[in-house]
Design a protein. Structure first.
Length: 228
């Protein structure tokens, strides 16, 4: 399968460099480019694609606002945000807007390729523990985007709420399995059901949801059922 990629950056040379790297891979193809957020929204609407590589900071409509618009659409590419600085608050705002992950612009080409493939597969770009640390630091300081949908938690079983709380705490499937005394395959099934019931796209979105609903706190505590 060929992964169709859209490139969005206000610098022509940056886009050209990314296109060259992606063009060297047999399973990746660049199907469109844009130089700002407004053009990115139009591009996502008009050109079928799997992953959009989006710069966080651009003039006019920035990458965060563009990501929010793109991810609200029924048919949309997954968005991988690129940032210039580590712990960039714009990247975390973008995760809340629906992005599937983030990567530093200074990352080597192999990391960009790895990230695109992971995002396409529905996985998060960063490790779960790193996701928790970074989101836990920035999420409390980001502007609110509306009341969190706590009603969705009522759709989950007690065990699914336990699993979601541990995903929010940054645990891997294997670690959750050990903690809850169940198989890793069962954890994967629970995670799949959680994603479907809550309309979440990947683990990063699950972490954000767990924080926003208060199921997990930035200090690492959980408010859900205790493991049993």
């Amino acid at each position: 399968m060929t992964i169709r990629v859209l490139l969005v950056d206000d610098q022509d040379l940056v886009r050209a460099g990314f296109a060259m790297v992606l063009g060297s891979q047999s399973d990746l193809t660049v199907v469109g480019e844009a130089a700002d957020g407004a053009a990115a929204v139009r591009l996502a609407r008009e050109v079928p694609a799997d992953v959009m590589v989006m710069d966080a900071r651009m003039p006019g409509l920035d990458g965060v606002a563009a990501t929010r618009e793109i991810c609200q659409a029924a048919e949309r590419p997954r968005v991988l945000i690129l940032t210039t600085f580590d712990l960039d608050e714009y990247a975390f705002a973008a995760l809340r807007a629906g992005a599937s992950g983030f990567l530093l612009k200074s990352a080597p080409p192999e990391e960009l390729l790895y990230a695109i493939r992971n995002v396409h597969n529905g996985d998060s770009v960063v490790a779960p523990s790193t996701t928790r640390r970074l989101i836990g630091r920035f999420l409390p300081h980001l502007p609110a985007t509306g009341a969190p949908d706590r009603e969705g938690l009522a759709e989950l079983t007690a065990r699914e709420r336990q699993v979601l709380a541990q995903v929010g705490s940054g645990l891997s499937n294997a670690e959750i399995a050990t903690l809850l005394h169940i198989s890793e395959a069962t954890v994967k099934t629970h995670v799949s059901h959680i994603m479907a019931k809550l309309g979440l796209r990947d683990r990063i979105q699950a972490v954000v949801y767990a924080y926003e609903t208060g199921l997990i706190t930035p200090q690492g505590g959980t408010t859900g059922p205790t493991p049993g």
